[in-house]
Design a protein around this ligand. Structure first.
Ligand SMILES: Cc1ncc(C[n+]2csc(CCOP(=O)(O)OP(=O)(O)O)c2C)c(N)n1
Ligand code: SF4
Ligand code: SF4
Length: 711
């Protein structure tokens, strides 16, 4: 796991009572897990909770093992959710984590089963919300999953202290209602920094150091009829009421009264910071968020507690609901409760904000303004609110005037020297040179390689889910006039892709699958996967992709160095045209360049500093030869391959230029060669601390070149 070392952070995880931890939201959550006495932790990486798994991995030897806590980087979210099965029969606490919404989708089967059987030890799922402007996947709500399985959902106020409190309360809640509890944390909150006053870590009673001796069996905990009927009844007659009691008794939701008693704002805990800031900017709160407008901060958004909400609504004329995403469950429930209780209160929500999109400050402030102007508070005049809002947004006109046209978008792309880029160069060259074969349907997948769908490649007709590339071409393949392709990464292969291969073999699919084996599950931060060689605990695994493929009956397998574009084109052509029916798999192998450079750069720097010779390849473009045609860029897209003004005054077009960030992966040369492009590319070797022989050869070369130049 190369993205970051958490060695320093891990030291803080060992802190005891009264010591102050400083770091990210994720670190506070991890510390709170240890303070809650967990017996096991696991999960599957994805933004924004990857760091939680990284911190746990870094803490495994020094903290988790000595406490006897089991840690795993699970094979998928489904496996992570199934880990919670340990808490069904045994009074042990455990926590898992994944990225929502996609992770929850994959986990749903196991999660539903755990929710049905119920747990005796506290079970917590830390769900990293990937909703909004910085998100990479789907715009859906976790709330639906909580409703579907009738499990509590926490959405705590954003501060490290609050995260720690609600992790600990989450376990208490889970044990009080015998259900797993979802703990939802937004992308920005995961990485916000702050302080946490710590407590001592708690050694779990059941652990790898004090393991269970006897199995526990009860038919009532097996998900089969007739017990499932009783489980369903228990959810609504006992478990959810128990959760509601716990929420009330422990004061999980915060009711803050205020002088404007005819008004009120109900919000998800995770939106408190933005709402309080918005009120402050409109002159209705101080910087700490103290406001005369009564607030109801819902740190537990499922189950809602009707008497608590009715208590807040009574006596109010206008109430605003700050709730992100659709469906607007909280707003609807409030309206239904007010209607049933015949309260004369107007409840607003989505109509002043937006039915879609992240509740970023601009959106929240706009909605607060609409609500407050209509509600006419006494603490601040409507004119003053409008003036403040106008001052806040005045710059928009200036920006609009300065930028009449939208700024052109820079699509996300592969890193410099990425081993995945050349595959898509090869596909694009094949598509251009031989459309009868290469211009075919390509089912893309999730990972860095999804960037293939963007400029300059535009390769990939659909993205269906992680590891689902091949399965998503199952109906296209027999209904398409030529052989189709699908792509997946090694991470996707082990996550869900292998079952897609089994499905394709089982259904005798005739298509081509390309697996991008870059040795890691890279997009999340170079996490290990079964074919990396070691697991997250650094234990050897000995699993390989070809072995797994052969295991499910694939016999047509080719492994190609991903940087060898000519060979890749030839192999793809062969796979697309061979008379051999069935699934053909091409494994494009090449180490993730980001991880490779992280390893090599410090080594090379140290060697150069120690006076040793270090040779680094670089590519360049001869400005005299480049015509400014840019076809190299259209087939490459490496960020190091950029534009520069032409030195030739007669040529107006900017020419191609390779900047100093080039890692010399060779793709420039390969593309130029395979696509029969111009000969402007050259390769050099940058030598630090050259030896006497290299210096002599250099002097001779320079002398020869200047002699030739004079001649
Ligand atoms: C179900 C699901 N779980 C997790 C993620 C988060 N995620 C996005 S990309 C990625 C890694 C992809 O790895 P790999 O298939 O090896 O492709 P690479 O990034 O290495 O190109 C993950 C885990 C997701 N999108 N969907
Ligand atoms: S992280 Fe690795 S695999 Fe992903 S784009 Fe960068 S170099 Fe390529
Ligand atoms: S050789 Fe070309 S593709 Fe490779 S890193 Fe350098 S500029 Fe990028």
């Amino acid at each position: 796991m190369g993205e970051r070392s958490f060695a320093e952070d891990v030291k803080q995880l060992g802190y005891g009572q009264g010591q102050v931890l400083r770091g990210e939201g994720i670190l506070a959550i991890t510390k709170a897990l240890l303070q809650s006495g967990v017996s096991y932790v696991g999960g599957y990486p994805g933004a924004p909770i990857s760091h939680l798994l990284d911190v746990l991995a870094d803490a495994n030897e020094s903290l988790l093992k000595p406490l006897g806590i089991y840690y795993e980087l699970s094979g998928s979210e489904a496996a992570a959710a199934a880990l919670l099965g340990a808490s069904i029969n045994y009074p042990m606490r455990g926590a898992v984590t994944w990225k929502s919404v996609v992770g929850t989708n994959v986990a749903s089967d196991a999660l539903s089963h755990v929710a049905s059987a119920g747990v005796m030890g506290g079970a917590l799922v830390v769900i990293g919300e990937d909703y909004g402007e910085g998100a990479s996947i789907l715009q859906e709500r976790t709330h639906s999953a909580a409703l579907k399985s009738s499990v509590p959902l926490l959405d705590p106020r954003n501060s490290l202290q609050s995260f720690a409190r609600f992790v600990e309360e989450g376990f208490g809640l889970s044990e009080a209602c015998n259900e797993p509890v979802l703990f939802s944390i937004r992308i920005r909150a995961c990485h916000m920094r702050g302080t946490l006053e710590c407590r001592d870590n708690v050694r779990p009673a059941i652990s790898m150091r004090s393991p269970l001796e006897t199995p526990s069996f009860s038919l009532e905990r097996i998900n089969l009829p007739p017990f499932t009927y009783a489980m369903e009844a228990r959810k609504f007659e006992q478990r959810l009421p128990a959760a509601q009691r716990y929420i009330l008794e422990r004061g999980l939701n915060e009711h803050r009264p205020g002088a404007e008693s005819h008004l009120g704002i109900v919000m998800q805990g995770g939106l408190w910071n933005t709402t309080a800031r918005g009120l402050h900017l409109l002159g209705l709160a101080d910087v700490q968020g103290r406001t005369p407008v009564p607030l109801m901060i819902l740190n537990a958004i499922h189950p809602l507690v009707p008497e608590e909400l009715l208590g807040f609504l009574r006596g109010k004329k206008r109430v605003l609901v700050v709730e992100e995403g659709m469906p607007n469950y909280i707003e609807r429930e409030l309206k239904a409760l007010a209607h049933e209780a015949r309260l004369d209160v107007e409840i607003q929500g989505k109509e002043v904000f937006s039915p879609h999109g992240e509740y970023v400050p601009a959106l929240v402030i706009g909605g607060l303004r609409k609500f407050l102007v209509g509600a006419n508070p006494t603490a601040q005049s409507v004119t003053a609110i409008e003036d403040r809002y106008a001052a806040l947004t005045a710059h928009r006109e200036t920006v609009r005037a300065a930028l009449p046209e939208p700024v052109s978008k820079r699509p996300p792309s592969f890193c410099t020297g990425c081993p995945e880029r050349p595959l898509f160069s090869a596909m694009k060259i094949l598509r251009t040179q031989d459309p009868s074969i290469g211009d075919t349907h390509v089912a893309a997948d999730i990972g860095c390689h999804t960037f293939s769908t963007q400029a300059p490649f535009h390769v990939g007709n659909s993205v269906l889910g992680y590891g689902m590339g091949l399965a998503s071409s199952s109906a296209v393949a027999p209904l398409f006039g030529k052989r189709v392709m699908s792509v997946m990464g090694d991470g996707g292969f082990w996550h869900n892709g292998l079952t897609g291969v089994a499905n394709a073999m089982y259904n005798r699919q005739d298509s081509v699958l390309v697996i991008l084996d870059n040795f890691y599950t890279s997009a999340t931060g170079q996490h290990p996967n079964p074919s990396t060689g070691t697991n997250a605990r650094k234990e050897p695994t000995g699993m390989t992709i070809p072995q797994a493929l052969r295991g499910v009956g694939v016999s047509w397998i080719r492994t190609v160095d991903s940087y060898d574009i000519a060979k890749m084109i030839g192999t793809l052509r062969e796979a697309l045209t061979t008379r051999v029916k069935g699934l053909k798999v091409v494994i494009a192998r090449g180490e993730c360049q980001l991880e490779r450079q992280r390893r090599l750069r410090p080594l090379n720097r140290a060697r150069a500093a120690a006076g040793q010779t270090v040779v680094q390849p670089r590519f360049g473009v001869d400005p005299e030869v480049c015509t400014g045609d840019h076809s190299c860029m259209r087939l490459n897209g490496c960020p190091s391959l950029t534009l520069r003004e032409s030195p030739d005054p007669l040529r107006e077009d900017p020419i191609a230029h390779v900047d100093d960030t080039c890692v010399g992966c060779g793709v420039c040369g390969e593309v130029a060669h395979a696509a029969v492009l111009c000969p402007s590319f050259y390769q050099v070797r940058v030598i630090a601390n050259p030896g006497p022989w290299t210096r002599l050869v250099d002097r001779l070369r320079r002398a020869a070149i200047s002699a030739l130049a004079r001649a």
